[in-house]
Design a protein around this ligand. Structure first.
Ligand SMILES: Cc1cc2nc3c(=O)[nH]c(=O)nc-3n(C[C@H](O)[C@H](O)[C@H](O)COP(=O)(O)O)c2cc1C
Length: 396
């Protein structure tokens, strides 16, 4: 085994948390949480991933509050689901893996009918495109008092997650979700101290980080997932992302996961490969949304050909700029890719689709230096996030 594979498959630490190797299962919202309750399927899914040898699995989209969800089928961090979460965590830990939860908020886009006449709230007034069919075509703007309250909401959720037994938390700063709506000039049109300059647009993110850090303490691992570019006009570009990463590093993040794109405006930038559009039209039950998808879909789901380790050049810029751990994500699909990522100085690697295709990715990669994962990036798994049975690889 090469020096870099040895590095990847030997033990490591993130802020004191011992990990059996450097491979982390990426947050992939599994959709196995009917009515917001972690189901048997979700527990089985993460146990299976743990059995395959990853150091840590990440439960995707753990909303900071009920209103932070895109749909009412997503988890939110609340006492009523603590027993199920604790069971999931215990089962994963028994297999030798750790568990992280992706602490998220949808901000200005939601189709969660539990809003009942209210609007989802983000940095600025705007169109809530996913909520049109749910009767919520607009998103409102948070007042300063509401921003302060939302910061505390993140802190409360983080405290709950630590108490519940999560080994780590990954704060979602990217993909056009609630925090990244503040960071991006495309969605943040505020003229107060939370808008305008990058320092102002980062204020909310840094306040969330500081409040979460205070809630969980200095010796608890905090990861942060960022977008290195939004992929939309007036959005974040890589030069901004380098500064964003430096600010989060100075703010006390332990590891940065470097992704890109925005789920609601340019999702293909983060996935690459086959378009999600056809699968999404197939899965969409609401006729208005289906019609909308057919109309705007081709513009929304742009074509980005898949390449192995497609974010490596940009992520390298973040690697060079910060002292904290940097986690590579995006198209790492073989031992050759892992070697490239480790040789470039990344501390950890996150895998999404590769593990959905082969939960034994790590076991297989440790046994065979020429291991190559068979995921074809058809992206059908990602079109199943709202399917009643949740996501799965349709090619196996
Ligand atoms: C089914 C599915 C669901 C996803 N859900 C999330 C999510 O909840 N949060 C997130 O940050 N990224 C999500 N992603 C993106 C992945 O974390 C990752 O950034 C992307 O799949 C690229 O990594 P990969 O090439 O290893 O798959 C999802 C991806 C897939 C395939």
């Amino acid at each position: 085994m090469s020096e870099y594979l040895q590095k990847c498959f030997s033990t490591a630490k993130i802020n004191g948390l011992s990990l059996r190797n450097r491979v982390i299962k990426a947050a992939t919202f599994e959709g196995m949480s009917r009515d917001g309750v972690p189901g048997e399927g979700l527990i089985n899914f993460h146990r299976r991933i743990a059995q395959g040898g990853v150091a840590m699995t990440t439960i995707g989209y753990c909303s900071a509050e009920a209103d932070g969800r895109v749909t009412d089928q997503m988890l939110y961090m609340d006492e009523q689901i603590k027993p199920q979460l604790q069971r999931l965590i215990a089962e994963v830990q028994q297999c030798g893996s750790k568990v992280s939860g992706q602490l998220s908020h949808c901000g200005n886009f939601s189709k969660n009918r539990q809003f009942q006449g209210r609007r989802p709230l983000g940095p600025s007034f705007g169109i809530n495109s996913v909520g049109i069919a749910a009767g919520m075509p607009f998103a409102g703007s948070l007042s300063i008092a509401e921003i302060k309250e939302r910061v505390q909401t993140f802190a409360r959720a983080a405290r709950f997650m630590k108490d519940t037994g999560f080994d780590a938390i990954e704060i979602h700063f990217g993909h056009g979700y609630g925090i990244s709506q503040f960071i991006s000039p495309r969605t943040n049109k505020r003229t107060d101290e939370y808008g305008g300059s990058l320092a102002n647009r980062m204020r909310f993110a840094l306040e969330v980080l500081a409040a979460v850090r205070e809630a969980v303490g200095d010796d608890y691992p905090l990861l942060g997932k960022i977008s290195m570019m939004d992929g939309v006009s007036d959005g974040i570009k890589i030069d901004d992302a380098v500064e964003i990463a430096k600010m989060l590093d100075r703010g006390g993040i332990d590891a940065l996961v470097c992704s890109g794109g925005t789920s609601s405006m340019n999702p293909m930038l983060l996935f690459r490969g086959d378009s999600l559009l056809h699968g999404m039209i197939e899965q969409e039950k609401n006729p208005v949304m289906r019609m909308g998808l057919k109309m705007v879909g081709p513009k929304l789901f742009r074509h980005y050909p898949y390449e192995d380790t497609y974010f490596i050049a940009q992520a390298q810029r973040i690697r060079d700029a910060v002292a904290c751990n940097v986690v590579y994500i995006g198209g790492c699909n073989s031992n050759r890719d892992i070697e490239r990522v480790m040789a470039a100085g990344f501390d950890f690697v996150q895998l999404g689709r590769g593990l959905i295709y082969d939960p034994d990715f790590v076991r297989h990669a440790m046994a065979d230096a020429n291991y190559k994962n068979g995921c074809s990036h058809c992206n059908k798994c990602a079109t199943l996030i709202e399917h009643p049975d949740g996501i799965r690889c349709t090619e196996r």
